[in-house]
Design a protein around this ligand. Structure first.
Ligand SMILES: *Cc1c(COP(=O)(O)O)cnc(C)c1O
Length: 409
């Protein structure tokens, strides 16, 4: 008799984005013809840049002739791409080998899958609020006995609250944990960890032989040169950190799909020698995954060409202009906004004691703007609200105008 993986039953019901869609639908039924403006989901809206289109087309053309055709590629991904990535990190003062890189179809799958190479009794710690896949993948793997409705927390997990008091970057756990998920610049708060803050996590991880799982999906949104763009800028990080990144938010690859993980050969955990953890991730990936599309890997190489990098930086700049528009707009109506400076998310403190979902309904009703309730990212997100800077300039401007003219605070 087959049974389902019962850990799935532990997942707290009502996933965020379906619930947003449901409420929006009800709103539109009641108010037909209303123009809703979406500042909710973090999805890119601008076209791929010319250099990338050229690279993708070249990738297609290669498949058209027997001389250049390729089937399955290198296990860890196109060697040229891995070498180019290693060079990109070298340019930031970080030395990594192309063997440390694993090309994938995106950062979401890697951040969900990475936990599978660690012991099932590992204690995992998470920023709260956080991108949901870190917590959910550990629930599905059986590391929690269930969801505690009163605390709005999963049992057995260590939550690291990100609050106004700590500028939304948490302290290291005050107990011993094994896996620590960090995301900087952070989704949803837009906060970026400083060098010193990351150093405290690296020191903690080395002391306790814990592993940092560092999601750098928004690294290219950092404009402040003092802020670290990769965990490996911190001394000692190669011994304790895995970094996950992708071209989704940097180069508009949300639909194209291309990411990478870095598992340094130097990484060591309890009972392993250097290289063993990297080998394990290779084993996991080569068992369950047959590589990113060869066409897409050509497109990724084009992102890292001179033109591609410039165009991608312009793309980031485009979204960051939206972030500024949103930040200035909400501040002009007297709301307190965080993030949006080195990240494409603006994290609003909700005034007048409303819950995140109450504010969602109010904002939609009064302004037609759809955002994301902070509580959907974890208990410490309650009372906050995320606005996303991904959108066309004119749509973002219209949404902000509507907030300025119609929101009654
Ligand atoms: C968007 C996002 C990603 C990127 O996921 P892909 O699968 O590469 O599209 C990763 N982490 C965070 C926190 C994100 O917001």
């Amino acid at each position: 008799m087959a049974h389902i993986n019962a850990h799935y039953n532990k997942l707290a019901a009502g996933y965020l984005f379906p619930e947003i869609a449901r409420r929006t639908e009800i709103f539109l039924e009641k108010h037909p013809g209303t123009r809703v403006r979406k500042l909710g989901i973090g999805n890119t809206t601008e076209p791929l840049t010319p250099a990338v289109i050229k690279g993708l087309k070249a990738g297609v053309d290669k498949l058209a002739s027997p001389e250049t055709y390729t089937g399955y590629g290198d296990e860890q991904g196109n060697k040229l791409l891995r070498e180019r990535l290693a060079l990109y990190y070298t340019e930031r003062g970080v030395s990594l080998s192309s063997e440390d890189f694993f090309i994938s179809d995106g950062a979401k799958s890697d951040s969900g899958n990475i936990q599978s190479i660690f012991s099932s009794d590992s204690i995992a710690a998470f920023q709260d609020p956080a991108y949901p896949v870190y917590v959910d993948s550990n629930v599905i793997a059986g590391r929690s006995s269930g969801f505690n409705k009163d605390k709005e927390e999963y049992n057995n997990f260590v939550y690291m609250p990100c609050t106004k008091e700590n500028n939304f970057i948490p302290e290291v756990p005050d107990q011993k944990v094994d896996l620590i998920y960090l995301c900087s610049p952070n989704n949803p708060t837009g906060a970026v960890a400083t060098h010193d803050q990351l150093k405290s996590f690296v020191d903690y991880a080395r002391k306790h032989k814990a592993v940092l799982i560092f999601d750098a999906a928004y690294a290219e949104y950092i404009s402040d040169p003092a802020l670290p763009k990769t965990i490996y800028e911190i001394d000692g990080a190669k011994e304790c950190a895995i970094e996950i990144n992708s071209l989704s938010k940097f180069a508009g690859f949300t639909g194209v799909r291309l990411g990478w993980s870095i598992v340094p050969g130097d990484l060591i955990i309890e009972g392993t020698t250097p290289g063993e953890v990297r080998k394990l991730w290779n084993r996991r990936q080569s068992t369950f995954f047959n590589g990113a599309s060869n066409i897409v890997q050509e497109g990724a190489l084009a992102v890292f060409s001179k033109e591609g990098l410039q165009e991608s930086k312009n793309l980031v700049q485009y979204y960051m202009e939206n972030a500024q528009t949103i930040r200035e707009g909400v501040e002009s109506v007297g709301m307190q906004a965080f993030g949006g400076i080195n990240a494409p998310y603006i994290w609003l403190e909700i005034p007048s004691g409303l819950t995140s979902w109450e504010f969602f309904d109010k904002l939609l009703l009064e302004t037609g703007v759809i955002g994301t309730p902070g509580s959907g990212f974890g208990p410490a997100g309650e009372g906050y609200f995320r606005l996303s800077a991904f959108g066309h300039h004119k749509d973002i401007k219209a949404a902000v105008e509507s907030i300025k003219n119609n929101l009654r605070l």
